[in-house]
Design a protein around this ligand. Structure first.
Ligand code: ZN
Length: 258
């Protein structure tokens, strides 16, 4: 029974995302002669902080880390989530801290009021952690959006990121950016260099997202050498690697709403 329910919920999530991608009228142009790549990390496992951030920095780049305060320090069977100190460390090293809700629940399961409260709670968590810059970019837990909640998000964030397995090109909806997942198996993750090759020929904005970066990754992460291969390939392909907030400046978008 729960399998059937999961399938129905999965179909509903996909339908919600497709409705937004198909019908959203809030489009903004991606003006760039340069191929832009953003590396983003969701949740965030502590290995994205210890290994992932260091790999980006080795190439002079920075990433965007979408934090869900409710996961702080949580120990799961196959990963440990970042601490508040870890969040502050990322921030002081020049990485962007984005919002991933506090509760890490699917947003469609929340009322408008409880969703807004949840976002406030995450903002308070990040302030408490010592992050002085209000998060201006958001990623959907489970990449599952909700047309109903778009007004709440548009008031607070410059962008929202889902999945979608595509490069953002021409004009896009800022509150439903597409991204390509770096995940297992490792061969698949290594093969993602093809997206960078595509981008180098036809510039746009390629956003990667992943989770843990460790020698024994969960299905939703990759090994450090694989992330490094993607980062170095982007550099060799003359891509600019930018956190989300800096990519927006490059496109001339208004970075944060008042
Ligand atoms: Zn997540």
């Amino acid at each position: 029974m729960s399998d059937i329910l999961d399938k129905v919920i999965g179909i509903t999530d996909r339908l919600n995302n497709q409705l937004i991608w198909r019908f959203a009228r809030t489009r903004r142009p991606i003006r760039t002669d340069r191929p832009i790549v953003s590396f983003t990390f969701d949740d965030v496992p502590d290995t994205a902080w210890t290994n992932g951030a260091a790999i980006l920095e080795k190439y002079g780049a920075r990433g965007t880390f979408y934090i869900a305060g409710g996961l702080e320090g949580r120990i799961e069977p196959d990963r440990r989530l970042i601490s508040a100190d870890g969040c502050r460390d990322l921030f002081t090293r020049g990485h962007e801290i984005g919002c991933h809700t506090f509760s890490h629940r699917k947003v469609a399961s929340l009322s408008n009021g409880s969703f807004a409260s949840d976002l406030d709670r995450n903002g308070a968590f990040l302030t408490q952690a010592g992050i002085s810059r209000r998060p201006t970019n958001f990623a959907f837990p489970y990449n599952a959006a909700s047309p109903r909640l778009r007004p709440v998000l548009r008031k607070r964030y410059a962008t929202c990121r889902a999945a979608g397995e595509a490069i953002n090109r021409d004009s896009v909806d800022p509150w439903m950016l597409k991204a390509v997942e770096i995940r297992q198996p490792e061969d698949h993750a290594l093969g993602l260099t093809r997206w960078i090759d595509d981008l180098a020929v036809n510039p746009g904005w390629l956003i990667f997202f992943t989770h843990d970066i460790t020698s024994a990754p969960t299905p939703y992460g990759c090994r450090p050498e694989t992330l490094e291969r993607l980062v170095s390939h982007a550099i060799e392909s003359q891509c600019d690697i930018l956190p989300i907030c800096e990519a927006l400046n490059r496109f001339g978008w208004k970075e944060a709403r008042p």
